[in-house]
Ligand binder design. Structure first.
Ligand code: SF4
Length: 331
């Protein structure tokens, strides 16, 4: 038996005995699989279950989700953060209802073209629901493959990513791609965990390079934390309003409504703007060092819109709320 075949067979056997009884595993309905994948991008399985149950009982079908008011969708999403994901969920439900008669396309590339569906989710849906051989590749999969095959490449290079993707696609069981993908995800979550993997009871330990090397292979590196400096410019007025605009130029803040934000080289004096304070924030692997500047003015650029600092809008992203809190101290 080749090592690839051994790996794929062993983890699927392990999965058939040890998989958790999770609500989205009751059937292979693409709507339910898609919902679970989008929710699990935001939270752990233990919390994701209750969100999944609430979504499927409120919106049993994709038509129910598509026809719901956006506020209702956002309300159910509350607590998961990144409301753009909930908005994309809603947009995709509408698109599938209106353009695909409510039926998910059984085509990886078409799935990938839908709002909020990236390579991981497209691979999960196409393999689990349509038996198409597309391997899921995420942090869990990188870790399991790196350890078992003894690959030490850091994953934050394009070359290493391609290597892992190619290996993941070689390993997939073409007869049962969905089962294989779910097996490796579950194996990474329960056995080959980031900390304290269950080496001694692991079904792969006899052939695992990491185990055989007495755990000397360097653990796979996650993306390095990047430090970034930003200046945020807040127009304020006496009505306790702040001017917001869409920030499309900075990737991680794309589509957020925010004051003007610009990349900076640390603290510097800004003409006509008053410095308010410096604070730190983290988003994913970015460590942000932020300087807030402000100016009271009734004139704002045409791209900006006034927004009340007191408006109780629960769907404002946390990043924006933090800025609101900082500038509210001026009133
Ligand atoms: S032996 Fe340890 S490192 Fe190797 S696959 Fe099993 S759990 Fe992961």
């Amino acid at each position: 038996m080749s090592i690839n075949h051994f790996f794929s067979t062993k983890i699927q056997r392990w999965y058939s005995k040890h998989k958790r009884d999770l609500p989205w595993r009751q059937n292979n309905d693409p709507y339910r699989i898609w919902l679970s994948e989008v929710i699990l991008q935001q939270t752990r399985v233990v919390y994701g279950e209750s969100y999944f149950k609430r979504f499927t009982s409120t919106f049993p079908t994709i038509y129910d989700l598509a026809n719901a008011p956006e506020d209702q969708v956002l309300k159910l999403w509350q607590g998961l953060g990144y409301y753009s994901r909930a908005r994309n969920l809603h947009k995709t439900a509408k698109l599938i209802t209106n353009e695909f008669n409510g039926v998910f396309p059984n085509d990886y590339k078409l799935l990938l073209s839908l709002p909020g569906i990236g390579p991981y989710t497209a691979a999960a849906i196409s393999s689990i629901c349509f038996h198409l051989p597309h391997a899921v590749v995420d942090g869990n999969v990188y870790r399991v493959l790196a350890r078992f095959f003894g690959i030490e490449d850091p994953i934050d290079t394009g070359q290493a990513k391609k290597r892992f993707e190619a290996l993941a696609n070689e390993l997939i069981d073409e007869k049962q791609p969905g089962n294989y993908n779910q097996a490796i995800m579950e194996f990474g979550a329960l056995v080959c965990k980031p900390k304290d993997p269950n080496y001694l009871t692991c079904c792969l330990n006899k052939s695992c390079k990491y185990f055989k090397s007495n755990k000397k292979i360097k653990s796979i590196k996650n993306k390095k934390n990047k430090n970034k400096n930003y200046n945020i410019f807040c127009y304020l007025n006496k009505k306790k309003q702040i001017a917001l605009t869409k920030n499309s130029q900075i990737g991680f803040l794309k589509n957020f409504n925010l004051p003007e934000i610009k990349e900076a080289n640390g603290f510097s004096k800004k003409h006509n703007w008053k410095f308010l304070k410096n604070y730190k924030n983290s988003i994913s692997n970015l460590k942000l060092n932020i300087n807030i500047y402000y100016k009271f003015s009734n004139k704002i650029p045409s791209s900006h819109r006034w927004y009340s600092l007191e408006k109780n809008n629960e769907f404002i992203p946390n990043f924006t709320k933090k800025i609101f809190r900082q500038v509210s101290s001026l009133f």
